[in-house]
Design a protein around this ligand. Structure first.
Ligand code: NAD
Ligand code: ZN
Length: 352
């Protein structure tokens, strides 16, 4: 099969011919139709310090996928060949207290498909049956391929009761935009989303009824005053990883406000903890998705009017993956999808 491989310990990804994965008794083999390019994949492509210290070489990468089951292991009873599926990319152990207590997303032994084990930028991917999520007929493969990041957004947003609340989302990347759309869908009052990238703010406003604020030009306090907000944001969803954004969020919260922290800063940074203490803020770190409540909720919301389709701004054939990665790395996009349904030609190589 054709696959995108992190073949060498240097920037880039390489298309190559690989064996179709063998599956175990509790696995399924999925024929991949669509994949999403994640920020994580960009780190792996660019081969930054995190990627170097995390990803084994050589390995097929990629973790956002949708496709069809073509083989089931002998121990798999509840899935069938021909089913359309996506899947949870975090593969958990079953030994920890959290797993045995049914809190699967808190398992400390979690490994990532396409990060610590072979991934889905390929014509076929092996997935533990436990991780497979069947797709309803009205959720197509393209949406199926962005359920991983939508799940990050849903996990963060649904950590709090948003009904009637004023919500600040910092960072209008794909996940921030989808989190803002979820906040709107579930009944927040004002949903303000910030960024320093005008194109992404425009995209946010086209996806959902939210207030975009370019914090490189506009004062957030002016915007909240215009909205008639007198005491600050009730809920903050940090989706940029930018220290300046988190600092601004902490400064803009109401007394007793609650913050979900999804954005991953590239290095440790300082904040004014006095603000956290005296405003009695709650800060919750968010990683991945809850298994499998987040999956249930997001599919249910997609089936009941949540529309995030416009977050997908670019589609490329898998053979054109280098353009896909360039587009994603440029930041001038929402989600970028690779189409695996056409056979790839001879192996090609792309540098960084
Ligand atoms: P992204 O990098 O595409 O988007 C981040 C956005 O933040 C960019 O548009 C950038 O312009 C903006 N930004 C930069 N400085 C800002 C500022 N001062 N104020 C407001 N916005 C600012 O990221 P994404 O793919 O949408 O993911 C969002 C974040 O979540 C990233 O930090 C990513 O690493 C992280 N992430 C976390 C998890 C998890 O499980 N915790 C999973 C996936 C992604
Ligand atoms: Zn992802």
């Amino acid at each position: 099969m054709r696959a995108l491989v992190k073949a060498r310990s240097e920037p880039g990804l390489w298309a190559s011919e690989e064996p179709i994965p063998a599956i175990g008794r509790d696995d399924v083999l999925v024929r991949v139709n669509r994949t999403g390019i994640c920020g994580t994949d960009i780190h792996i492509y660019q081969w930054d310090d995190w990627a170097r210290s995390t990803v084994p070489v050589p390995m097929i990468v990629g973790h956002e996928f949708a496709g069809e089951i073509v083989e089931v292991g002998s121990g798999v009873t509840d899935l069938a060949v021909g089913q359309r599926v996506s899947g949870e990319g975090h593969v958990i152990g079953m030994k920890s207290r959290a797993s045995r207590g049914g809190r699967f997303h808190l398992d400390p032994e979690t490994r990532g498909i396409g990060v610590n084990m072979p991934g889905s930028f390929a014509e076929y991917v092996r997935v533990p049956a436990f991780n497979v999520v069947p797709l309803p007929d009205d959720v197509d493969d393209e949406l199926g391929a962005i359920l991983d990041p939508l799940g990050n957004a849903v996990h963060t947003a649904l950590s709090f009761d948003l009904v009637g609340e004023d919500v600040l989302v910092t960072g209008a990347g794909p996940i921030g935009i989808m989190a803002a759309a979820v906040a709107r869908h579930v009944g927040a009052r004002h949903v303000v989303i910030t960024d320093i990238n005008r194109e992404r703010l425009d995209l946010a406003a086209s996806v959902a009824d939210v207030v975009p604020v370019d914090v490189s030009r506009e004062d957030l306090a002016d915007v909240t005053a215009r909205l008639g907000m007198r005491e600050g944001f009730d809920i903050g969803l940090e989706m940029s990883g930018a220290p300046a954004a988190f600092d601004q969020m902490v400064a803009s919260m109401v007394m007793g406000g609650r913050i979900g922290l999804l954005g991953i800063p590239s290095r440790p940074f300082a904040i004014d903890w006095n603000r956290v203490v005296f405003r009695m803020l709650t800060i919750k770190g968010i990683y991945g998705r809850e298994m499998f409540e987040t999956w249930h909720k997001m599919l249910a919301m997609l089936q009941s009017g949540l529309n995030v389709r416009k977050v997908i701004t670019h589609r490329f054939d898998a053979q054109d993956f280098a353009h896909g990665f360039e587009t994603m790395a440029s930041g001038r996009c929402g989600k970028v999808i690779l189409d695996w349904t056409k056979r790839l030609p001879d192996p090609v190589t792309a540098g960084a």
